[in-house]
Design a protein around this ligand. Structure first.
Ligand SMILES: [Zn+2]
Ligand SMILES: [Zn+2]
Length: 343
């Protein structure tokens, strides 16, 4: 009997998300529900309007920053390593290594352990605790980069590539597009570790989350608000400087108002050359907050579940590969998680 059958008295796959019956709670529900267990603060996983939200304190803070303090009626903070018990179910959290506060949800009921990893990665991120391997019966994994072509290089080497390009063109400014939650701060830390001590100029869309990371003792160095330029005249002070902003600023005129900008974008999708070209990216940085293909497979080996359930991304390829390796796996075919928008 499959674990989905065996566990059906306490876990169900519904259109809103994976449902834990004795808790009356959904994992990362895509619609407002009475009770939600949230893995992390990205918008496709953490939505506003739930009755009660159970999440790490940092994820709760991030939701309040994004949606306002009234994002849910009640909140239950669950720091890493602590437990929440109700109706014979125990919930705890462990780092997913994805963004600040991101958690794998460890849910135990009558001797069966389910781990919902949310989004996760194994590669180096100086802003976070690394992914923690939690052995379990049912492992719910994402598959954003679930195709054999995806091998993400060392992020330190990617940043070194950018620094070499800047050295070649010291007069040009450098604009790096990066998602506001997680990626931007990770790139900032990598730049600091590569020896970049000057202020980093930031687009207003990054301000709140950068302030939040700094308040959590993640030292991003001096960040100053960036004024790209006015009336078609670029701001000369930004010559030779690094400026960061959200990916949306790549498409508009904002980044192009900077003085002779080197346009860069930090994303796992930058491995796809056509995408870099399409977005006018001169210096693509292949830096991803998701596991690449080898890391997805390695993680499933490490966790060694009896069954793997695959949520979003390239489910079919991962399912096929796991079956080939003699592992029991199923695609949950849940809709509403956009791997595209966040990476
Ligand atoms: Zn995410
Ligand atoms: Zn996701």
């Amino acid at each position: 009997m499959s674990l989905l059958q065996e566990a059906k008295n306490w876990v169900e796959v519904r259109p809103q998300g994976v449902f834990i019956k004795p808790l009356n709670a959904y994992i990362d529900p895509v619609r407002p529900v009475e009770r939600a267990l949230i893995t992390h603060g990205h918008a496709d996983h953490a939505r506003a309007g739930h009755g009660t939200v159970i999440a790490t304190p940092q994820t709760l803070d991030i939701m309040a920053l994004r949606y306002g303090a009234a994002f849910a009626e009640h909140r239950i903070p669950l720091p890493y390593g602590e437990r929440f018990d109700e109706n014979q179910v125990t919930v705890s959290t462990a780092s997913a290594g994805h963004v600040l506060g991101s958690a794998q949800l460890i849910i135990e009921y009558q001797g069966t352990r389910l781990v919902a990893a949310g989004d996760y990665k194994r590669s180096y991120d100086p802003t976070l605790a690394p992914f923690e391997v939690v052995p379990c019966d049912i492992f719910i994994t994402e598959a954003t980069f679930g195709l054999p072509v995806f091998h993400h290089p060392d992020p330190v080497e990617e940043v070194a590539k950018l620094m070499r390009m800047r050295a070649l063109f010291p007069e040009r400014s450098c604009f790096i597009g990066a998602y506001a939650l997680g990626k931007a701060q990770r790139v900032m830390m990598l730049l600091r570790q590569a020896g970049y001590d000057d202020p980093i100029y930031i687009h207003g869309a990054l301000q709140k989350l950068c302030d939040y990371y700094q308040s959590q003792d993640i030292d991003l160095g001096v960040l100053l608000p960036a004024t790209a330029g006015q009336r078609g005249v670029s701001n000369p002070e930004l010559r030779g400087k690094i400026i960061m902003g959200p990916p949306s600023a790549l498409g508009g005129t904002w980044a192009h108002r900077l003085p002779d900008p080197i346009i860069s974008f930090a994303s796992g999708w930058m491995q796809v050359k056509a995408r870099a070209k399409q977005r006018g990216v001169e210096c693509p940085l292949i830096i991803s907050d998701h596991a690449d293909w080898p890391d997805l497979l390695q993680t499933i080996e490490d966790v060694n579940p009896r069954e793997t359930w695959i949520t979003h991304g390239s489910e079919e390829a991962l399912l096929h590969e796991l079956n080939k390796r003699g592992r029991v796996a199923r695609a949950l075919s849940l809709l509403g998680y956009e791997s595209e928008s966040e990476e």
